[in-house]
Design a protein around this ligand. Structure first.
Ligand code: FRU
Length: 497
């Protein structure tokens, strides 16, 4: 089927129920489907939106196009949870159904205001000539789960930005509201974070662009997200087209962060000692991460595992992408971000099996012959080792997702998906490497969920996230090494939820 513009922007009510049911079944029955992460009921999922805590529950919404694996007419779908791990799908929350969001209810954020959850999002609108207009709209979710859109936009684009002006993040600081928006400057065509202030959510002062770097941040910044981590301001953002000389990255578009020392809201300035942004995730597929400061004093983040403008193998099954698990953020002594699984993730573990160095046969140590499609493997590899951990491997290990490690003087972990099933996005590389501290042991906490892997390295000092599309019969986990190998850990099956 060809995705014409007409088709992609067809109002949802012009699709028939049977097609939707078929698409849902197709997503549900896919052998690549994830079972303990947020995934689309049908079609395509992209950015997390409105990640928040309200009325005794955690909330996150996803950008949804339910009728296929394409970026069509977007809406928000509401997910709710009591523990940040088990999520319940409450269905459509914001559709593209007013003149201020006719071509998509695009990304945004949520903030508890007056006992209601206030949603601020971008209304994407196209005119007859397909010229784009971006409105920053408001909606209110009440305690009964009812969403009411505000009749007029909260904020319209200032004349110093191009049509690329979206993804509002609303926060309250002292007694003022501030909104951070992804923008492209009209004069320089550079990526910017626009900052506005209001006392009533309707009248906004334009504070200009956030000054957080001397470098040019590509041609467009998407999904800016300002959170406090251990009392320091951290800007998480997606600088599209960032010069590789500014910060090295391999994915088509990077999701990066800068840790600040101080945020001067009214001066639109974040003071920082960090010269250039760092990759938030060292893997292949993380984008549009959204984090927020929760009332429990912690900072939580969740990512879209998927990238814009990349074709994924499940496109042919008419669904695409998923979310990461929720990650708890903190700062390491060297000022970089630590991302860890939330403690409740451990409640999904079943049938733990201790694993440790065994005698190698032909340099192979089998950890699990049939690890299944959903599991967690926590393993410590001793210092001064060299080898490969094969995940989702076939019997002779010619196919696997390879974790090639050295914990000697030249310490590195390389995640190689070259032999891990269907190849895609290979022009952006098939390996990702993380430097480690020489001669130290290596802690890995590995989560596999169907076609998703998340590897937390050394307590979350680095995270390597990605998708892989291997035959489901490849369920072996094994170490290979030409030398004696020391490791120990635990393997658990993970509950389907
Ligand atoms: C990022 C993004 C946002 C936009 C949304 C539309 O992936 O392009 O900038 O609001 O997706 O779905």
């Amino acid at each position: 089927m060809e995705w014409t513009r007409e088709k992609r922007y067809l109002p949802y009510n012009q699709w028939d129920a049977e097609t939707l049911l078929q698409l849902q079944a197709q997503a549900n029955n896919s052998k690549y489907q994830v079972k303990y992460h947020i995934r689309p009921t049908s079609g395509l999922i992209n950015d997390p939106n409105g990640f928040s805590y309200y009325n005794g529950k955690w909330h996150v919404f996803y950008q949804s196009y339910p009728f296929g694996a394409t970026h069509g007419l977007k809406s928000w779908v509401h997910m709710q949870s009591s523990d940040l791990v088990h999520w319940e799908n409450l269905g459509l929350a914001l559709g593209a159904d007013t003149k201020y969001d006719s071509h998509g209810a695009y990304s945004g954020s949520a903030l508890v205001i007056d006992e209601k959850l206030f949603l601020m999002y971008t209304g994407n609108v196209r005119d007859k000539n397909w010229a784009r207009f971006s409105y920053q709209n408001g909606a209110i979710l009440d305690k009964d789960g009812q969403v009411t859109k505000l009749p007029e936009p909260l904020l319209t684009a200032p004349n110093h930005v191009t049509e690329h002006f979206r993804d509002p993040q609303l926060i309250k600081h002292r007694d003022q509201y501030y909104v951070f928006l992804g923008a492209q400057d009209k004069t320089t065509l550079s990526g910017q974070v626009a900052l506005f202030r209001s006392s009533d959510l309707h009248n906004w002062d334009d504070l200009g662009y956030l000054d957080f770097s001397d470098e040019v941040m590509g041609y467009m910044i998407e999904c800016p997200n300002l959170v406090f981590v251990d009392n320091k301001p951290v800007l998480i953002f997606c600088p599209q087209g960032l010069d590789h000389e500014v910060s090295a990255y391999e994915n088509i578009y990077p999701n990066m962060y800068i840790v600040g020392e101080q945020l001067k809201f009214d001066a639109a300035k974040m003071e920082t000692n960090q010269k250039s942004p760092l990759n938030l995730d060292a893997g292949f597929d993380v984008y549009a991460t959204q984090a927020f400061n929760a009332p429990d004093g912690k900072t939580y983040a969740i990512s879209w595992v998927g990238l814009p403008d990349i074709a994924y193998p499940t496109d042919t099954e008419n669904w695409a992408n998923c979310f990461s698990q929720v990650k708890q953020l903190s700062l390491a002594e060297d000022g970089t971000l630590i991302q860890r699984p939330v403690p409740e993730m451990a409640n999904l573990r079943h049938n733990g099996v201790n694993i440790r160095t065994s005698s190698a046969i032909n340099n192979v140590q089998v950890v699990q012959d049939t690890a299944g499609q959903q599991f967690e493997l926590k393993v410590t590899i001793a210092a001064n080792q060299v080898g490969t951990l094969h995940l989702a491997a076939n019997s002779n290990l010619s196919e696997s997702l390879k974790l090639v490690f050295s914990t000697d003087c030249d310490a590195r972990l390389t995640v190689d998906r070259t032999t891990a099933g269907i190849q895609y996005a290979t022009e952006y590389g098939t390996t990702r490497a993380v430097d480690l501290v020489a001669n130290e042991s290596l802690d890995l906490d590995i989560f596999i969920d169907g076609s998703l892997f998340e590897i937390f390295i050394n307590g979350g000092r680095q995270v390597v996230t990605g998708r892989f599309f291997a035959p489901t019969s490849n369920t072996k986990v094994a170490f290979t090494s030409t030398k004696a190998l020391g490791y120990s850990g635990t393997y658990w099956q993970i509950e389907h939820i």
